[in-house]
Design a protein around this ligand. Structure first.
Ligand code: SF4
Length: 339
């Protein structure tokens, strides 16, 4: 395996909740609460989980769009979690982001040429070189130089996302956070954008963090996947291992909801009951225990560490393993339906 481009250790991001007359901190939202992973150069790590699990906060914190509360982020071996804003600005061209909604991330009053020129000129690229680079960028993402004088609303959703990708590529980054980049697009357009991202990764040796709630997309694009629940990673490993042999009950529940194209196959669907607990006061010990079909007394007392169940495949569970191996706890109300 190639060397890690990004190494994240025990990353935390807690947002203060202010209250009272003098607006003092009364509590914290533990959006990210001790997350560790590496991404090797040229590979893609998928970050998956329900809405509100902290995956977008991880992406934004890695780029220092929001400052971490604690933990370490090393980019090419350099610690950036504590880097000054000025030093971080110097590094920013190498670390970019593509947002979920291309319409709201592109200024509607600027032409595509102005949108792409902005990061180039801010980083000291001259007018002629910027013009040449814009033509090159548009061609790279499958568009033409003639389209540069149009405004974002004149393009389809897929084309706008291509423009978002072109803007992220403008300064030759090494690492890109892709934050649900295809979830606002139609399925056929999604495939085109995913193929584009895949091609660019190979051609430009890019490293991606791919944030998504769509497991099929993660399986298509990623080398490794990390499953997040309530601010923590509960399972992590090579995509094929996690998809074919999930160890954590939460991963198994997520995977059971993925439609199987074969009409002969009737998969058992695990429907988790209860809402996701609040990240302000997460459950003690295993955070998944109030919703877990496999929970036992120990789960409410001891926090299971994220540890290897087999080479490179980690899970944070006292009773990891295939779903069939563990009977559903009688006291737990879980609906298992034929899907
Ligand atoms: Fe479920 Fe217990 Fe594993 Fe947590 S540690 S996921 S409650 S079995």
């Amino acid at each position: 395996m190639s060397e890690a481009l990004l190494e994240v250790e025990d990353l935390k991001k807690h947002f203060p909740i202010r209250g009272g007359f003098i607006r003092r901190n009364v509590n914290h939202v533990r959006a990210v609460d001790g997350v560790s992973f590496d991404i090797p150069q040229g590979q893609t790590l998928g970050l998956v989980g329900e809405s509100g699990c902290g995956k977008t906060t991880v992406g934004r914190t890695l780029l220092r769009l929001t400052d971490p509360t604690a933990g370490s982020i090393r980019f090419r071996g350099q610690e950036i979690a504590t880097l000054s804003r000025r030093r971080m600005r110097e590094l920013r061209p190498k670390m970019q982001i593509v947002f979920q909604d291309p319409m709201s991330s592109l200024n509607p009053r600027m032409t595509i040429k102005q949108i792409l020129t902005e990061p180039l000129r801010l980083n000291g690229v001259g007018r002629d070189a910027a013009h040449k680079r814009i033509v090159e960028l548009l061609e790279t993402v499958g568009m033409t130089a003639e389209q540069a004088n149009r405004f974002p609303h004149e393009f389809s959703g897929g084309q706008r996302q291509r423009i978002g990708v072109a803007r992220a590529l403008a300064l030759n980054p090494d690492f890109i956070v892709l934050d649900e980049p295809t979830s606002a697009l139609d399925v056929s357009v999604q495939a085109q954008v995913l193929n584009l991202l895949s091609r660019l990764q190979k051609e430009l040796d890019l490293t991606y963090l791919f944030i998504s709630h769509d497991l099929s997309v993660i399986r298509h694009l990623c080398d490794e996947v990390a499953v997040m629940y309530l601010g923590r990673i509960v399972e992590k490993g090579p995509v094929e291992k996690v998809f074919t042999s999930p160890q954590h009950p939460y991963t198994q529940a997520l995977l059971s909801a993925v439609p199987i194209p074969d009409p002969e196959t009737r998969a058992k669907r695990i429907i988790l009951t209860g809402d996701v607990p609040s990240p302000v006061n997460p459950p003690k010990a295993c955070r998944f225990h109030p919703r877990c079909p496999r929970a036992q007394a120990i789960c409410r007392e001891i926090d299971p560490p994220l540890e290897a169940k087999e080479a490179g495949h980690l899970a944070a569970c006292h009773f990891p393993g295939p779903q069939e191996k563990w009977p559903i706890t009688q006291t737990r109300e879980v609906k298992v339906s034929e899907g």
